[in-house]
Structures are given as structure tokens and as C-alpha cells.
Design a protein around this ligand. Structure first.
Ligand SMILES: [Zn+2]
Length: 389
């Protein structure tokens, strides 16, 4: 029965290799035999003969380096890495205050003004893995409310969806902010009515002067009726770009000037800067903190997992949450992932493509997911890298 023996030896080799990879490169005969008998209980009567074969194979496997062992497993039995991944996930530190919520909800919220690159991988993988670890929900939210400076591009919506699917991080729900403009208007009106926001018509430099001196501008104390009147004029297109901004009231003495009375909605010339999805329908667009802050609550996000650079945004948004009587989600801020030699800046990628420096989004010199995919880097490798960091 040489063929049968070869098959058995191969199975033992597989079990031993997986065992070795799990235990820093050193497999142990006993658990290998245990696993083997669990898979092939009919071998139980022959356990003595098998034990010596197992010992021999384990010795052989243990003579390989861990890197070599991992390479073989990845090449021959990639499906076992999926199992390994589940164990990796269990090693993620627990999320704070999970018990406060009925269900953990996380979100990844890219602006479709570029394809995804490795710089987004951590947010995606962590949000996805945590949602699954707690049997929660993972939301994909396109933040496409700046048709002027961060203009979204239609093809990127789909490319982003494809990138997430490739990475094995398919969202449970998807939202597109440019579909939600009426919701943002509704809350803007509510805050203006309650005296928690105001329409500032000061020239930007004048407002800056005032705010850096911790002084209110004249618009701030106007009554709600006047604010609503100005708001109506904004929507009707009676102000030009830059002439009116809705601002959220904050503490004018806040030590960080960037927090003081932050801008929530502004005018964008709809004819000059049509939105690729909704065209020239809207001339007032929410800014990042307003749309993102409202959506996190409205979509039931319980845990925001994002880069440290967003810390000030949380400070800004908390004022709005207080005014609306909402509780701010748990926020986890991590450091930036530094990858040497990979050009991570979105604007550089877009510029390089435009100038023809890079042939396409999957140019191997880029760290876009498309390029990584083309270079044969597996999504498992990326996920593992993120979880292990
Ligand atoms: Zn003003």
C-alpha cells in the first residue's frame, strides 16, 4: 500500500507543519498524533506503527526554519491560514465598554477621491475584525461631500468596494453621504433654531482674527430667526462661495483655536463644481466633522477606530453631540502605519497618475491595494501584518 502510505505521510506532514508554525517552529509528536487520530479515527489500532512515522516526520519538519515552514503552509494549504487568522483575531485587545451596547458597530469611511492604499488597511482590518469578533456590524460609508477640493470620482466607489472584497472585509451595510444631504440640512436647521449654531457671513480673515483673539464675531449672537433667515438664503443660492458658513458654537476659550466654532456647512458653486453623483442639485455641502459626526450617531456606530490625526475631530464633534443630547461613541485612536519606501500620500498618487509617472492604479511602485494584488501579496498577509503590529 505505498500510495496509501504516501497519502498518510503527507497528512502527517501537513499537521506537523501547522503545529510547528503555531509553536515557533517546533512541532511536538503528541499533539500531531492526537490531531491525526481525530481526523482519521480508523488509524487508532495502528497507533504504534504510526508513532514512529510521526516522530520521523516531526524531526524533519523541525529542521526547517520557521520562515520555510510558513512558506510551505501558505503555498500548500492556504485555507489553514484562515483558521490561523481567527486565532490572531482573538489576540486583538478587547474593545472598551462593549457591554454598554446591544451590538458593536464599526465603520470605515473613505472619500472616493482616490483608490485605497495600504494607509487605509489598518482602519479597514481593525473595524472589520472587531465587528466580527463581537458578532457586530461593519459599515462602509462613502464620505463624498466635497465636490470642490476633494472631488469624488465615480470609478473609485466601485474600486473601493472591490478592494474591501479582496481584503475579505465585506461590509454589512453601505451608505453614501451625497445621498444624505437632506438629513444634514435638517440637523443644521435644528441647531440654528436652538441657538447652537450660527450662519457666519464675515470675510474669512475677519473671522480668523476674532476667533484667534477668543472673541465672537457679530453673527454669533444674532437671534435664531435671523439665523434661519440666513440659512434659507444660503439654500436659495443668495450667497456666493465663501460668503456664508454655518458654524457650531463651542467654547471660545478652548485652547486649540481649530476647535473654536468649527465650520459645519459651506457653499460650493454647484455649476462650477458639480458632484459626480448628484450633479448640481446642492450648493450647500456639509464639512467633514458635521456629516461624519451626525452619521456616526445616526448609523448606530458604537466604536470609532481611526488614526490619531482624528483626535481633534472628536473634540469638535463632542460639542454637537452634547447639543443634540447624544452620547459620543467609544473612540480608539491608533498611530499611523509607516511603510518605508511606499508612497502613501493620496494626493501624490493622484498627481502621479495624472502626470503619467504611474501607468495605472496598480503600478507596482504604488502601495495601492490594486498594486499589492498585482504583486501577488495576499490579503491574508496584509491582515496579518495589521493585526500583529
Ligand atoms: Zn461672522
Amino acid at each position: 500500500m505505498p500510495e496509501e502510505n504516501a497519502e498518510l505521510a503527507e497528512l502527517i506532514r501537513k499537521i506537523a507543519l501547522i503545529n510547528a508554525v503555531k509553536h515557533e517552529g517546533k512541532a511536538q509528536p503528541a499533539p500531531v498524533i492526537g490531531k491525526l487520530l481525530a481526523e482519521k479515527p480508523e488509524l487508532k489500532p495502528k497507533v504504534k506503527e504510526i508513532a514512529s512515522l510521526v516522530s520521523k516526520i516531526v524531526r524533519e519538519i523541525n529542521s526547517f526554519s520557521l520562515t520555510e515552514q510558513k512558506r510551505i503552509v501558505e503555498e500548500k494549504w492556504p485555507e489553514t491560514l484562515v483558521k490561523e487568522k481567527v486565532e490572531e483575531v482573538r489576540r486583538l485587545p478587547p474593545l472598551p465598554n462593549v457591554e454598554k451596547y446591544a451590538r458593536v458597530v464599526t465603520r470605515f469611511s473613505p472619500n472616493p477621491d482616490c483608490v485605497l492604499h495600504l494607509g487605509s488597511a489598518r482602519a479597514i482590518v481593525l473595524c472589520y475584525e472587531y465587528a466580527h469578533m463581537y458578532h457586530g456590524k461593519f459599515i462602509l460609508r462613502f464620505e463624498d461631500t466635497d465636490p470642490k477640493l476633494k472631488r469624488p470620482v465615480l470609478e473609485f466607489y466601485n474600486r473601493i468596494r472591490e478592494d474591501l472584497a479582496w481584503l475579505g472585509c465585506k461590509p454589512d451595510e453601505e451608505y453614501i453621504q451625497s445621498d444624505r444631504t437632506p438629513i444634514y440640512y435638517e440637523y443644521a436647521e435644528k441647531l440654528l433654531k436652538n441657538g447652537k449654531a450660527y450662519v457666519c457671513t464675515c470675510p474669512p480673515e475677519r473671522f480668523r482674527e476674532k476667533i484667534s483673539a477668543k472673541k465672537p464675531c457679530e453673527c454669533r449672537s444674532l437671534p435664531p430667526e435671523e439665523q434661519l433667515e440666513r440659512w434659507k438664503r444660503m439654500l436659495e443660492g443668495q450667497y456666493k462661495e465663501g460668503e456664508a458658513v454655518v458654524r457650531i458654537k463651542t467654547d471660545l476659550n478652548h485652547p486649540n483655536p481649530a476647535v473654536r466654532d468649527w465650520p459645519a456647512l459651506r457653499i460650493i458653486d454647484a455649476e462650477k463644481h458639480p458632484h459626480p453623483r448628484v450633479g448640481s442639485k446642492y450648493n450647500v455641502w456639509p464639512l467633514y466633522n458635521f456629516a461624519c459626526g451626525l452619521d456616526d450617531h445616526l448609523m448606530g456606530v458604537t466604536h470609532i477606530i481611526r488614526g490619531k490625526e482624528h483626535y481633534t475631530n472628536m473634540v469638535r464633534q463632542k460639542y454637537m453631540y452634547e447639543y443634540l443630547g447624544w452620547q459620543y461613541p467609544e473612540a480608539i485612536h491608533y498611530g499611523r502605519l509607516k511603510i518605508v519606501g511606499a508612497s502613501l500620500s493620496k494626493s501624490k498618487i493622484v498627481q502621479g497618475i495624472r502626470e503619467g509617472i504611474y501607468k495605472d492604479w496598480d503600478d507596482p511602485r504604488l502601495a495601492t491595494f490594486a498594486a499589492l494584488r498585482r504583486r501577488g501579496i495576499t490579503p491574508e498577509a496584509i491582515r496579518k501584518l495589521i493585526i500583529d503590529v
